[in-house]
Design a protein around this ligand. Sequence first.
Ligand code: PRP
Ligand code: MN
Ligand code: MG
Length: 179
Amino acid sequence: MNNDIQEVLFDQANIHDAAVRLGQQITQDYAGEKPVVLSVLKGAYLWTADLLREVDLYIDLEFINVSSYHGGVKSTDEITLVTDIRSDIMGRQVIILEDIVDTGQSLLFMKALLAKRGAASIKVATLLDKKAGRKVDIEADYVGFNVRNEFVVGYGLDYKELYRNLPYVGILKKEVYTK
Ligand code: PRP
Ligand code: MN
Ligand code: MG
């Protein structure tokens, strides 16, 4: 599996530093509040675990499963709500946790959904921000790293459901998906 990676961009130490930095910021920004943290499966599973252990707040942790890539290397325009949350978010402060914001369409979809359900505020904490991929005008509030316009996998991010268990984020060799 590691042999399929062309270049490691962010290793475990880099990601830990980002989790500490963003975790402290979120702890300060939401002091005295009890936000709902909405982790976006599957990609955000590791980031959720690592970031939230650096957050010193009472939180409600919820999971939503939204899919736009459908396993491929390009984000599609079709967003599927695979699994919804069950709790009521009316009047709550929501923090969405994403592994990556690329076109921004998944985020737009979720923000619209949460706004419709009456969330009091919605912010986004993403490990990676691929600004060059943006198709809609939307930004994350907390960003671990900006990432260049390459197809990256690992630390939650997949290609055809594989590579999510790599401990780092790296660029997938082109030969893996162009054969
Ligand atoms: C990926 C990624 C983000 C989203 C970002 O999820 O984890 O959730 O796409 O892309 P966008 O900004 O272009 O919408 P994916 O659809 O691959 O589902 P997964 O998390 O289950 O892999
Ligand atoms: Mn995802
Ligand atoms: Mg995916």
